[in-house]
Each structure stands twice: as C-alpha cells, then as structure tokens.
Design a protein around this ligand. Structure first.
Ligand code: DGY
Length: 330
C-alpha cells in the first residue's frame, strides 16, 4: 500500500480512466461537480507523485510549490493546456500530458453543428416554438443563410480545423484557411483548402470558425476591427478558447448587425453568467463548452489521461507529453 504512488484526480472522469488509476495508485478523487477550490486543491496535491487536472485547474508555480519536488507528472484531461504554465513545468522537469487526437472529430462535429445552427437560426426557432409564437408558415419567418455552397474560413488549420474542412466539403463549401504557416500540398489538396491572409479570409468567408490555441498572440484575435472585416451576413463559430474572441466587441458587432450570428462553445468567462449581454441576443448561440462531450470521446480522453498519469508516476515517458523537452535535457 505504502509503495503505491499517491495521486490526486481533480474530478470524477469516466471509469475508463478512473479504474486503472485507482487500481495502480493510492488515489484521492475529488467527488464534486464543481472543481476543488484553490486552497483545497493546493492542500490535496501536497506530497503527490502525480495529479490529474482539468482545464478548470490552474497549474502554475504556486501549484508546483504546493505539490512538492517529488511531483512526477501532471496529466491534463483535455487537449488544450492553456491552464498550465508549461515553461514552469519544464523548468521543474515535470512532464505534462494532454489528450490529443481522440477528440478531433467529436469537436469538429460540434463546430459544424454550431455553424449550421447559427446560420439557420435553429436555437432561435426552437425558442420561438416554445414561446407559443408560431402562428403559421411564414415566407419571411426566421430567414437565415445557406450553408451549402458557401465559403468557410478556418482560422488555425490543425487537426480539428482540417476535420471541419472534411465535413464542409460534403456541403460543397469552399474552404479558405489561415495559420501561422501555409501547410504542405499533401494537406491542402485533398481538402481543396486555400491558404489566405487573415484579412482576406475574414472578408471572403460566409462562416468563420476558430481553431487556434490560446496564446498571448491569439488572445482577442477576433476584436472589433477584425469583426468589422467580416461580411454583414457572416457567422462566427468558436470552439477553441473563449478569450480568442473579445466578447464586448462581439456583443456590439451582433447588436449592430456588423455580423449576422455567432455560435460559441467557449466563452470568456466560463461559465458565462446568465446576465451577460450576449445572452440577450437571439443571434448568439451559446453552449457550455461541450465540443468533446460524447460518451465515447470522453471515455477515450479518460484512458489517455490515465495512461499519461500512470506512465509519469512510474518514471516512464508519457505517451503524449506536451513538453517532451523535459526528456531531452537528461
Ligand atoms: C479540450 O480538450 O481542450 C477541450 O476544450 C475540452 O475537451
């Protein structure tokens, strides 16, 4: 018992991950729906060999100090890792794991669902019916914009951006993309995707979908000026991270008809308070950060997060490390 590694798991995750962790480790699992309060998290990780975190847990110098120098791994139950100070982890030689790949298609499915729902006013139509406002078939009722045959601009053309392009090609959409670098023809050609500067992408696209990591460079990437570059019929979709969009600017753009609609899976802050101005607008569709929320995908994410945690506490290389440089420095 005393030989088993000690780990803290910051929320109940699917059994696909909890079971192997509980079998191999002395595991404390935070049981609540809400994340552990900061002071409880810091107390709970003291002396642990490994910690399984969620995107709601901030992992920084204070976290590493509280855990102690024996900490061997932080395994994040997410592909994104903007909640973790990676340079700090690397400085302390703590490998950090994430869950890339398994949520690509599930996230792209939701991005496409938001794109269609915002463009065709699906959530607004549902509210209209529930509110008893549906009186007859109307020639002008809830008119939206066609998805088929339109132009999709994908900002950030990594795994998820490319998976969205595959879906869009089935709808006969023209695909534009922007990324820090142009991708090789082996990536572009099968997707019929054209690299363009961001300004041009915003001006030409009917739908703009964001798939960038949150970094100081991408924070408020979609600000008032960039929103103005979009078409007045344009639809913005965000399944990346909330702070990539300036929400005050988005509110004004939607209110003033600068763009047509937005579909958001991620917001700033999260959760978005019910009193937030964006929620007064029918043209803004918001869901609660559920892009990877299919049973199968959350199970696979749990398996991967457990595999990273267990490899880390055993002193083995993580299957999917975010900071592989911890191994290179010896
Ligand atoms: C992630 O993994 O980064 C998503 O935001 C949640 O699945």
């Amino acid at each position: 018992m005393g030989d088993r590694p000690r780990v803290f798991v910051a929320r109940r995750i699917p059994d696909d991950g909890l079971q192997p962790v509980s079998q191999a480790c002395e595991a404390e699992i935070w049981p609540d729906e809400l994340p552990p309060p900061r002071d409880v998290l810091l107390r709970s990780i003291a002396g642990c060999d490994g910690v399984l975190t969620l995107l709601t847990d901030r992992v920084d110098a204070e976290f590493f100090d509280a855990a102690g120098p024996q900490l061997k791994v932080v395994s994040n139950y997410a592909v994104g890792f903007d909640n973790i100070d990676i340079p700090e982890a690397t400085r302390r030689k703590v490998p950090v794991g994430n869950t890339p790949g398994v949520l690509t298609d599930t996230t792209a499915d939701l991005a496409f669902a938001l794109l269609m729902a915002a463009g065709r006013r699906v959530a607004e139509g549902d509210r209209y019916v529930r509110q008893g406002r549906w009186k007859t078939w109307g020639p002008m009722l809830l008119l939206g914009h066609d998805v088929h045959g339109s132009t999709l601009g994908i900002v950030g053309f990594g795994r998820i951006g490319q998976a969205l392009a595959r879906r869009a090609s089935g709808f006969g959409m023209q695909i534009l993309y922007h990324d820090v670098n142009r991708l090789p023809p082996e990536v572009e050609e099968p997707l019929s995707a054209t690299f363009v500067p961001l300004d041009e992408l915003l001006a030409r696209s009917d739908f703009v979908s964001l798939h960038v990591n949150l970094t100081p460079d991408t924070e408020h990437l979609m600000n008032a000026e960039r929103l103005r570059q979009m078409k007045p019929t344009g639809v913005l979709v965000n399944t990346s991270r909330g702070p990539v969009v300036d929400h005050d600017a988005l509110f004004e753009a939607l209110r003033d008809g600068v763009i047509f609609a937005a579909g958001l899976d991620v917001t700033e802050p999260e959760p978005l308070p019910p009193s937030h101005p964006l929620l007064t607008l029918d043209s803004c569709l918001v869901v609660p950060h559920i892009a990877s929320a299919s049973r199968a995908t959350r199970g696979k994410m749990a398996e991967m997060a457990a595999a990273n945690l267990l490899a880390g506490v055993r002193g083995e290389r993580l299957p999917t490390p975010v900071n592989p440089e911890v191994y290179e420095r010896g």
